[in-house]
Design a protein around this ligand. Sequence first.
Ligand SMILES: [Zn+2]
Ligand SMILES: [Zn+2]
Ligand SMILES: [Zn+2]
Length: 271
Amino acid sequence: MELELLGTGTSHGIPVISCTCDVCTSVDSRDKRLRASALIRLDNGMTILIDSGPEFRIQALRAGLSRLDTVLFTHSHADHTHGLDDVRIFTHTQDMPIYAEQRCAQEIRERFAYIFHRTQEGGGKPHIKLISIEAESAAQGEANAYYPPPIDIGGMQIIPIPAMHGSIPVLGWRIGDTAYLTDCSAIPEASLDRLKGLTNLVIGALRERPHSTHFSFSQAVSVIHRIGPQHAWFTHICHDFSHQGIIDWLDTNHPGKKIEPAYDGLRITIR
Ligand SMILES: [Zn+2]
Ligand SMILES: [Zn+2]
Ligand SMILES: [Zn+2]
C-alpha cells in the first residue's frame, strides 16, 4: 500500500498569488505546493482520497488517478473541500461513500447543497453518500468521549484520529503503520494512544512563527517526539521557509531526527 501526497501547501498554496518572496519565486520544484491532500492506494487496487481541495482535478491528473472509491475528509475548510465536485467522474455507476466528522459533514451539505437536492436529469453532479462521524467530544479530549470506530474500506481498517484545529474538531486518519494529520493545533491523549507504533507520520507544520490553529515547526517536533514514529514529514507548509530552508532548520534544531518536509508527489510505503 502507498500514501501519495498530492499537495503539501497551506491554504494559499505556494506560490501565493501576487507574492514575490524568495520561496514563491524559487526555482526548486519542491517549493511548488498545491493545497494539502493525500491519496491512499490499497494493494487490491482501491484508492482513497483524503480531502478534495480546490486543485483536486490537477492533482488527480498528475497522479494518473483512474479509480476512486471513497473520500475521507479531515475538516471543511475551503482548501480541503472545494474540489469535491470533480469526484463526479468516479460516481457514474454508484454513489461514492464519503466520510466526515459531523460538523464537517453538515458544512459540506450546506456548501454543496446542489449535490443533495433533486435536480434535472443530465445535470452533472457527484453522486455521493455522505457519512457523518461523531468525534467532537473525543477531539476536545473530554472524559468518557465517544471514540469513532475504524472504517472498513476494502477489508482495510482506517482509523479516525480526532484532533483540534484551533476551536474546531478535525480528523486525522491512520491506516496500518501510517497516519496523516494535517491542520491541527492539539491532539488529545486518547488520540495519541491511537498513534502508537507508527512507522510513518505526516503532520501539519505551518511555519516556525506561532499560529492559533496550526502547529508550528517546534510544536510539531514535540508532538512527533511524543508519538515516536520511525519517520515523520511536515505538510501544510506556508511560504515562510523554502523546502531546503526547512531541512536546514531541522538539521540545526533537531539534528539526527528522521523528520523532513514533505513535497508534492512524495510517496510513502504503508505496511
Ligand atoms: Zn488547511
Ligand atoms: Zn511568498
Ligand atoms: Zn484548516
